[in-house]
Write a protein of this length. Structure first.
Length: 324
């Protein structure tokens, strides 16, 4: 995936970048940083920007109506006002209102004054994570659990029998058979590495293969079972775990996951589906792709919904705008 150096973080009121035509086609920044490729932690770019959100689906470029996620949220928001919030499974989880940075490409900029960083697990070492901890920052680590990305250090350990169809828009990446004990064993090793490096939480990606074309007859029930196993395995190692993008199964998975990380719920007019997390006192880390003009249309809704929303390039480099 593309590593692009961009300028420092800005507030929602700044005008650092020019406006993209739509969320799927960001334009270069005024400072010369490129923003024309979706994120790819291990150095690959997708065939098209429509693969950026959960590596599936296509963007319609439209901003959806205001969701009703703010309804019945006041009590939950108050109960989760500190990032030291806990549940029965893990000692720490992000709290509603926590500021955060999501950087999966480029040289990691550790200078931001935020409560939480979400970074790639394989490309960052324990020293980097310890440095963030030294500033009181919690660290969430990105781990792909539903597909096999080329170039990962353990990719040779995945037998051909667990590899399904290629992931649309992502050359060399394949869906995994989430019913396979071998896949679980290999994912367990990834989670253990995350714990050894000091990650406080895990962002498991591609937990919705059943709704794509994975090359296996994966059912919704099998997906739920795998996702619940992922949450349990991460919790057993003392880390928090995010539900990434799988909005349609929130009803089955809310209890198992500590927070949500979601891309483009405004674009897809699906922010309402995330309301149960807020109502349960669990944070929603939400991302919209665009520039400072995007913030003006997104941030009022995000604040009303109590989402912790940032604006990012699809490259997921260091550049960000926070709605906080």
């Amino acid at each position: 995936m593309v590593a692009i150096a961009c300028g420092p973080a800005t507030s929602a009121g700044d005008s650092q970048r020019s406006s993209p035509d739509d969320a799927a086609s960001p334009t270069p920044s005024a400072s010369g940083g490129a923003a024309d490729a979706a994120y790819a932690p291990n150095g690959r770019a997708p065939d098209d920007a429509s693969a950026a959100e959960s590596k599936s689906g296509s963007l319609d470029g439209q901003v959806g109506p205001k969701s009703k996620a703010a309804d019945a949220m006041s009590d939950a928001h108050g109960d989760a006002a500190s990032s030291a919030a806990t549940d029965g499974s893990t000692g720490w989880r992000p709290a509603i209102g926590d500021t955060w940075q999501w950087q999966l490409s480029g040289t990691l900029d550790t200078s931001l004054s935020v409560a939480v960083y979400d970074i790639d697990m394989f490309t960052n070492d324990a020293t980097t994570i310890a440095g963030l901890h030294g500033r009181g920052v919690k660290v969430i680590c990105y781990v792909d659990v539903g597909t096999l990305e080329p170039g990962r250090p353990d990719d040779a350990q995945f037998p051909a029998s667990v590899l399904g169809n290629s992931v649309q828009g992502w050359p060399g990446e394949y869906w995994l058979d989430v019913t396979s004990p071998t896949v679980k064993t290999l994912m367990q090793s990834r989670f253990e590495l995350a714990a050894q490096k000091g990650c406080d939480g895990v962002e498991p990606d591609n937990v919705d293969g059943y709704s794509n074309d994975p090359g296996f007859p994966t059912t919704a029930a099998q997906q739920v079972a795998y996702d619940q196993w992922v949450a349990s395995a991460v919790h057993a190692l003392g880390m928090a775990v995010a539900l990434k993008n799988d909005r349609d199964q929130i009803g089955d998975l809310l209890a198992a996951f500590d927070f949500a990380l979601d891309e483009q719920c405004v674009v897809y007019s699906e922010c309402d589906l995330l309301a149960p997390f807020i109502q349960a006192g669990k944070a929603v880390f939400e991302v919209e792709y665009g520039d400072s003009t995007t913030a003006s249309s997104v941030c009022p809704q995000a604040k009303a919904d109590h989402f912790d929303t940032i604006i990012k390039d699809m490259s997921l480099d260091a550049w960000r705008i926070s709605c906080e």
